[in-house]
Write a protein that binds this ligand. Sequence first.
Ligand SMILES: [Zn+2]
Length: 160
Amino acid sequence: MNTRSINGIIIHCAATPNGRWHNVQEIDQWHQARGFKRSEEFRRRFNSDMLAIGYHFVIYPNGAIATGRHLDEVGAHAQGFNSKSVGICMLGTDKFTQQQWESLRDNVRILTGQKYYPSACIVGHRDLPYVKKACPGFSVSDWLEGEMKPLPGHILELES
Ligand SMILES: [Zn+2]
């Protein structure tokens, strides 16, 4: 049922202030400004209002998961690795809400389940070769070792 062979789930952060909300349409505009472009074909099939967004998923501070590109669509989020990967972006930089951590775990579990890509590796953008920036602002391998629980030191407590 899936038309792409996927070997990686790549986790990113948006490098925005921790806890701040940005709509996926806004991220689409940032990616338009960077020259990213979705194909007409996929725009007709999925999220036709978005012209550019490079990620497949964006996770908001309240834990809601927005979609960007279709899973069958090659993303624009990790140079050299886009064709066989799925990109997930956490809004924020290095501290994320409990709900964001839970949604990341749920999303990764679904994507690596039998229905999708059970053999895919889960990595951070910064774990790829030649990536110089700290994206995301936490260690994905530490998070995996911690059984995908919210990573100590990277949990955003929202002030009430
Ligand atoms: Zn990244």
